[in-house]
Ligand binder design. Structure first.
Ligand code: GRF
Length: 216
């Protein structure tokens, strides 16, 4: 049976596009059954529509309370019976209740090698620290922000003359390889979420595997 993905977005949607590309190329056995955005006009919505994927907008501006937004998001998701809920550039923090309800089915991509640089401005902070290796992480979402167990990471080199923009572009490019591969590992059962940890081929994963950087 083809796995059902619900993708939740706020903006640009290049990771959504990469997932749709992998599905179209036959390297990810899944179907995006809905794309849900929290802001009307998100570029990701147009990308979905172009590819024939149904979209729903739950406009965050209409909500004063997080719980009400999360409850509407929950109800919308439930209508689509997703096997996985994929956060792809979703800029809201979800309530503990929502996260617990979708625990083990909720994944996110974050532009750093977690646990390094949770939160915002990850590239700027990596440059300020003069690290030589940066990257991105796909992780299961748990109530603590950017702290859920990692499924897979990708390494990206930091170049001596990098600007924030150059580094961000290099990481984003790697994310597009990372997310479909991480989803493939989850959907194939190679990687599983159990008791708050990630298991790989049946054994607890102490450290997430890291895909090497491919481009110069
Ligand atoms: C990515 O850098 C992702 O890691 C972060 O938000 C960005 C989303 O980009 N969570 P896009 O909307 O997929 O182009």
């Amino acid at each position: 049976m083809t796995a059902r993905l619900a993708v939740i977005v706020s903006g640009r949607g290049t990771n959504l596009e990469a997932i749709l590309d992998a599905i179209a190329a036959g390297t990810l056995a899944a179907r995006v059954v809905v794309v849900i955005a929290d802001r009307p006009g998100a570029q990701a919505l147009a990308r979905a529509t172009t590819r024939g994927v149904p979209t729903v907008t739950i406009d965050q501006r209409a909500y004063t309370e997080r719980a009400a937004f999360d409850s509407d998001l929950d109800a919308e998701l439930a209508r689509h019976s997703p096997d996985l809920v994929v956060l792809a550039g979703f800029m809201r923090i979800l309530s503990d209740g929502f996260v617990k309800r979708w625990l083990g089915k909720l994944v996110n991509i974050h532009p750093s090698l977690l646990p390094a640089y949770p939160g915002l401005h990850t590239h700027r902070r990596a440059l300020a620290d003069r690290v030589t290796t940066h990257g991105a992480t796909v992780h299961f979402v748990t109530p603590a922000l950017d702290s859920g167990p990692a499924v897979l990471q990708v390494e990206v080199p930091v170049r001596p003359n990098d600007s924030e923009g150059l580094l961000a572009a290099r990481v984003l490019n790697a994310e597009h390889r990372l997310y479909p591969e991480a989803l493939r590992r989850i959907l194939s059962g190679q990687v599983a979420f159990r008791d708050g940890a990630v298991y790989c081929d049946g054994a607890p994963l102490a450290r997430p595997e890291r895909l090497p950087h491919l481009h110069s």
